[in-house]
Ligand binder design. Sequence first.
Ligand code: DGL
Length: 276
Amino acid sequence: MLNKQPIGIFDSGYGGLTVFRSIADQLPDYDYIYLGDNARAPYGNRSFNTIHEYTWQCVQMLFEMGCPLVILACNTASAKALRTIQQRDLIHEDPSKRVLGVIRPTAEVIGNYTQTKQIGVLGTKGTVQSKSYLIEINNFFPEVKVHQQACPLWVPLVENGEHDQPGADYFVKKYLDQVLAKSTEIDTLLLACTHYPLLQGKITAYLPKHIKVVPQGDIVAASLKDYLNRHSEMEQKLTKGHTRQFFTTSDDTDDFDHHASMFFSEQVKSEYASLK
Ligand code: DGL
C-alpha cells in the first residue's frame, strides 16, 4: 500500500461519502482511501477535546496508510479539530503533510449564491456551537448575515435509513420552520453537514421556491482541484492509479457497505481498520 500516495478522506462515519462522491467525480484519476470512524460516530454532539482526539487519531491512521494529504470531509471535525491539527499537531508529526477541511472552501463561495445577503446554515450542534461558519463567511462576505440552525435529529434519521420515509417530514419541517423564523429574507440554505444531501428532496419540497438549497460536495471538490493546481509540490506526490479503498473502524463491514452505497451512489466493499 505504501508505494501509493493516495488522498485520504476522513469522516466520522458514512456522511463524508457525499463529499467523496463529488471529489471522485471531479478528480477521478487519483488514488483515494476513505476512512469512516463508525465505531465512534456520530461526532455531532461530542465535546471539542473528544472530537479533536478522535479526528487526529484517524488522520494519523491515514498518514500511516501513505496519504500525504487528508481531507476532513466532516463539518463537525472541520469545525472542532482542524485548527489544532493544522497549527499544532502537524508541526510535531510531519510538516510536509497537509490536512484540509470543508468549512473554509464552502465559506469562500457561499456568499455568491445569495441576492438578499441572508443565508441559513444548517448543521450539527457541534458545528453550530463552534460558530465556524459565522466567522468564516463573515471574513469573506462581511455584508452577508448568517442564521445558524442546529438540526440534531437529521443525522440519526439518515443513519437509520428513515430519511425517505413519511415520518422524516415532521423533523425536516421542524428545523426549517425554526431557521426560516429567524428572517424572512433568507434566500439560500447551506447544508453544512455531510448527511443532509440525503434529505435534500424533502427539504426542497418543503421550502418556498425562491430559496436555494446548497449542498457542499461540489464546492469542496472544486476547491480541492484548485488547491492541487496551486500546490504542485503536493500534486506531484499523489499517485494516480484510480483506486478507491474504504476503511471503517466498525467491525461490521457489511453494515458499512450497505449504508455506504446509499451515500456514495456506488457499491462499496470496505475493510476493518482497528483503533489502537
Ligand atoms: N459528518 C458530520 C458532519 O458533517 C455529521 C455526522 C456526525 O455528527 O458525526 O457534521
